[in-house]
Design a protein around this ligand. Sequence first.
Ligand code: GLA
Length: 387
Amino acid sequence: MKEKMLQKFQELFGSEGEIKTYFAPGRVNLIGEHTDYNGGHVFPCALTIGTYAVARKNNDKTLRFYSMNFENIGTKISSIEELKYDKSENWINYPKAVIWAMKEKGYNIDSGMDVVYYGNIPYGSGLSSSASIEVLTGFILKDLFNLDVDMTDIALIGQLAENKYVGVNCGIMDQFAIANGSKDCAIFLDTSNLKYEYAPVKLSNAKIVIMNTNKKRGLGDSKYNERRAECEEALKELQTKLDINSLGELTEEEFEANKDLIKSDIRQKRAKHAVYENQRTLKAVKALENNNIELLGKLMIASHDSLRDDYEVTGNELDTIVAESLKQDGVIGARMTGAGFGGCAVSIVENDKVDSFIENVGKEYKNKIGYEADFYVVEVGDGPKIL
Ligand code: GLA
């Protein structure tokens, strides 16, 4: 792929100057869903699939971006002085957003660059293809412009880009997991203070299988912002009595004792999910540490149930694929992953049952939903790198 990309780059932008190749991963979240904007914990890992880029700094003030995934869009040119969101520009808003956010944070980007991107993360599937482009772009800027910015700052810049430029009020999980990925480890992150630890993903005789419902998120982003607002409102109601800064500070018992402060059933359910899911994440990290994969699997199943019944972000496709997974021999756990409303689910499946699992779930999903699902047996990979 590197060769093909270099060839494309030279064809489009010539071969002068220093041309470098970069990679940033996608991510899957094992557990801790919709907790990152509630001051809770998350437990994602970086994947070995992701986004590649060939890039070179140029001597004018022009950005030239091309994606081998969207060849029909061709090369898009913009000025570094004028970075405005433009819906018609599709994916190009993500790198533009990152350059905007870098400048907002005071980093000196004084000339343009030429970049060819190519990603092998299925687009719109909940494996963070957009955060991967954002973190990759931040990493390229750090390298080409010699910026003194660490990987956590790059993650925060990616989040700022998404929140203020693209308009999705996401938390920090995706950008953080991508920026700080580490081979064969999940990242146990406390989103209230960004402290994190690496936890080896030792699944003994099992593998992570990602199941793509192929239902694109669509309306998801507006629903995402709606869930976030509901949680913020519930927090305010709890704060009329409790001295807390986030829902992530509550145990299940504290929540149950005070939930009547939340004056709507819907908001009570949303807050319940945020509190219980955070506690499940703490338990899941311990379970993995103790090699108790069975318990990890049970917590994943409970996570899905809560996302379906209390947080209401699953939908028929995700519910069907998870329900069919749980009927199979050798499945240890399964749940939706990412924002929900479509996209992917993640499962843990015993090695020697992976083939039959994929075949059976694939068949049942197609029967019930009417189109195919895709399956990826994934490896946990590193964060961004120069190739
Ligand atoms: C999306 C967001 C994350 C997180 C998840 C849900 O992936 O970008 O910040 O909120 O949804 O856990």
